[in-house]
Design a protein around this ligand. Structure first.
Ligand SMILES: NC(=O)c1ccc[n+]([C@@H]2O[C@H](COP(=O)([O-])OP(=O)(O)OC[C@H]3O[C@@H](n4cnc5c(N)ncnc54)[C@H](OP(=O)(O)O)[C@@H]3O)[C@@H](O)[C@H]2O)c1
Length: 334
């Protein structure tokens, strides 16, 4: 442990609020790896929309807190009871856990996986949490079948970008929504069958467009991570016996939904979270392996919006919440 410093650079949130509560510090204590944890020197960390929920308090969490749910780097120390995970000091790894907006993170070994040599830290983090989510949601929450009509909201986002590619590989007919011409072009380049700029005057009535594209039937499944602004439309465009997967709150949470709204079309609704699908080590390894195969075979590409330093994380949150980003935002730490 001699080369591990006592303090480090990190972004700390003392209390909930806007991006201004993200405090860049240079004297934050480096944690010792506890029971079942490894200490990772991070090279690249991910900024995800979920980080904003913990920052604002939409999702409760103890404060002060270092945000950031994923990063990649090198194992620098092993805590007690980590032998079964086959991790060694010096391994290149990718992890899901807490406190990724920092140079060092003590993270659960059970949610840390070795990275294939051919996958860069940047590609790994740009696809990890979002990619595992996409795989779980298209396999388990609703099993997408060839020929299914699928509507994906925010299709140019960190998760949406990967979702569109995975759906096309599954043989689905994909309708994406995206805000602005640049995002629309990006989603088209991924092979989406139709892309609607739902912020434009013409695209505002995306419900009618989706119904007309599907000849009045509606879509088999909607993947809706936007929430408050789209939930009613998603309910309107899902077909009889179709499924809505509500998996995020980018525009705010969906108000309480009376269940009888589902009965006219016998609609199924899911509100999944990734961690419910990767709770066991076996599930976590299996999904990670599948993701690495997609990356190494070239079947899945990442799109990185940009790199930030820790000192720039507040601006990155502003950009993300201001809908200014396409694909993934990353923090470079080394
Ligand atoms: N349930 C899970 O386990 C899970 C896992 C991963 C992600 N998620 C969810 O998936 C969503 C995407 O996450 P991400 O990190 O990849 O973020 P992201 O999609 O890159 O960013 C959010 C996007 O949402 C769209 N949006 C629509 N209305 C918005 C509004 N009022 N304010 C801000 N953005 C708005 C924007 O795209 P346009 O400009 O194109 O509208 C924006 O770029 C989030 O809701 C996240 O919580 C859930």
């Amino acid at each position: 442990m001699s080369s591990i410093p006592q303090t480090q650079k990190a972004v700390v949130v003392e209390d909930v609020g806007g991006p201004e509560v993200l405090q860049y510090r240079t004297d934050y204590t480096v944690a010792q790896p506890g029971e079942g944890q490894v200490l990772v020197k991070n090279a690249v960390a991910g900024i995800n929309y979920i980080d904003t929920y913990f920052r604002t308090g939409l999702y409760p969490s103890a404060k002060p807190e270092v945000l950031g749910r994923e990063a990649a780097g090198t194992v620098v120390a092993l805590g007690p009871n980590t032998e079964q995970y086959n991790l060694q000091v010096g391994d290149r790894v990718l992890w899901l856990g807490n406190a990724g907006y920092a140079e060092y993170s003590a993270v659960p070994a059970a949610k840390t996986v070795k990275l294939p040599d051919s996958v860069s830290y940047e590609t790994a983090v740009a696809s990890f949490m979002s990619g595992l989510t996409v795989l779980a949601l298209t396999r388990e929450t609703y099993e997408v079948k060839p020929g299914d009509w699928v509507l994906v909201h925010a299709a140019a986002g960190g998760a949406g970008f990967l979702m569109t590619q995975v759906l096309k590989k599954l043989g689905a007919k994909v309708i994406g929504t995206a805000g602005g011409p640049e995002k629309v072009e990006l989603v088209k380049s991924l092979g989406a069958d139709h892309v609607i700029d739902y912020r434009s005057e013409q695209g505002k009535d995306w419900v009618s467009t989706v119904m007309s594209l599907t000849e009045g039937k509606g879509v088999d499944v909607v993947y809706d991570s936007v929430g408050k602004d789209t939930w009613e439309g998603s309910l309107a465009v899902v077909k009889r016996k179709g499924t809505i997967v509500w998996f995020g709150n980018s525009s705010g949470p969906i108000p309480p939904l009376p269940l009888n709204k589902l009965s006219p079309k016998c609609v199924k609704v899911a509100r999944p979270t990734l961690f419910g699908y990767i709770a066991t080590r076996e599930e976590f390894e299996s999904y990670s392996r599948d993701l690495f195969e997609l990356l190494t075979s070239g079947a899945l590409n990442v799109h990185i919006h940009g790199f930030h330093s820790l000192a720039e994380v507040a601006q990155a949150h502003r950009d993300l919440e201001g809908r200014k980003t396409c694909g993934k935002l990353l923090i470079r730490l080394d």
